[in-house]
Design a protein around this ligand. Sequence first.
Ligand code: AMP
Length: 296
Amino acid sequence: MWNVLVAFKVFFLYMILTKRASELTNYLRELKKQNPQLSIGFVPTMGALHNGHLSLIYESIRENDRTVCSIFVNPTQFGEKKDLETYPKPIEQDMQMLMDAGTDILFLPEVDEVYPPDYEHQTFDLNGLDLKIEGEMRPGHFQGVCNVLYRFFEIVEPTRAYFGQKDFQQTVVAKMLVDLMDTDLEIRVMPIAREDHGLAMSSRNRRLPDHARKSANFIYHGLLKIKETAPEIGLQAAIQNMKEDILKRDNAELEYLLAVNANTINEVQNLSDADEIVILTVVKYYDVRLLDNMYI
Ligand code: AMP
């Protein structure tokens, strides 16, 4: 049953589910043959969906004739085996959320469907971007991301692909990949969806103890404070204040906190160093890696 296109019908809503890459490619090509103007929006995810993912889906539905979402926990982008093995997989809940949101197609492949035995993993020239900041903390991560996106872009042939600003460096890497692939695909970046108290939504938040999930909004408030105070006290002093605040907290460990040029991801020291500056941070809180960032 999983090997064929299956249409789930719930109160006139339906979503096509496929696990087969060739089936998906053929189906979408057939649709495009019938309507050459047809636009396809693509939202790649690793599942354990939340409203942040859904914001990407809604925008894709708004901007395209068809929306394809993939759920695939890509092994090549995980350094730590434990993180891969314990990644949450509430697939039935995810399917219901996607269907309720109005997703047209869910692509749910197994590993060998994405990376067939003869697939040769590629090394993309990302100008060193894959080696710094998040890439330095997670060696091989962005090459893994590029390999999976390369395969998905080949399979789906989307008009637009949707990414969250939450994974800021990934959005820059995705744009570089599209340049390298020399396709017309448009990368769309959506704002960070946050829980009511400010914590950036993430599939990993569910690993936090309840009390820690509540208090983890200190990251968001710290970023806001940098934005507010940097014009007065200077960018580096504002960053230093947030570092000191994190140091004082129990069970919090700072991996990085720095200001970068939003286009190049090169570190900047002063507000005058770039037109668009983003503060990037990762805080390990109760052993959960929490990513966040903010334009200032
Ligand atoms: P993931 O399933 O973590 O690989 O995320 C899939 C996509 O959803 C990526 O483009 C993420 O950047 C995006 N995303 C994750 N969390 C959020 C969020 N809180 N707000 C907006 N987009 C998000």
